[in-house]
Write a protein that binds this ligand. Structure first.
Ligand SMILES: [Zn+2]
Length: 163
């Protein structure tokens, strides 16, 4: 059987929504994040586990305030400063994702390279796995003299009528 991970339809980009694509095996859930913290020598305090569990169950891009409010709505006793400090520690260690938006920082559960689609009507952001055609990456490498190791696309649009 041919050993290839390239998209079968040469010349077209492979796209799958919400982490169902080639990168999906690399985020097995909050347990994977716990493991990653331990490997990095980070303490897994009760508050830190709360923040990780919420991000993995919501699977959305949330602000520190969103996360604080959701945890407190669940009856979790955690302060805003603790939420913020844990998010910053986790994102600087590369355990979680951080998006800098004009409205502030948003945190997400995935740390592997992936792309985003922003709805211009609601502002909602969804994760996308977009695989560029190898020919396009080769052209970019020729143009820049760089070896491309990863990429993230930022797309925006609105829901199609009737879609
Ligand atoms: Zn994301």
């Amino acid at each position: 059987m041919p050993a290839t991970h390239l998209p079968s339809a040469a010349g077209s980009a492979a796209v799958s929504p919400n982490g169902g694509g080639p990168g999906s095996a690399s985020h097995p859930g909050a347990d994977g994040a716990y493991l990653r913290c331990r490997e990095l020598g980070m303490r897994l305090s009760r508050q830190r586990r709360m923040v990780l569990d919420l991000l993995w169950s919501e699977k959305a891009h949330l602000s520190a305030r969103d996360i604080f409010e959701k945890l407190n709505a669940q009856g979790r006793n955690i302060g805003h400063t603790s939420v913020y400090q844990n998010l910053e520690a986790l994102q600087s260690a590369g355990v979680i994702e951080c998006l800098d938006r004009a409205s502030g920082r948003l945190y997400g559960y995935r740390s592997d390279p992936h792309s985003h689609l922003t709805c211009v009507e609601s502002g909602a952001i969804q994760d996308l796995d977009v695989e560029l055609p190898p020919g396009l990456i080769a052209r970019i490498e020729d143009l820049t003299g760089f070896t491309i190791e990863s990429y993230t696309l930022h797309l925006s649009g609105r829901p199609r009528a009737g879609g």
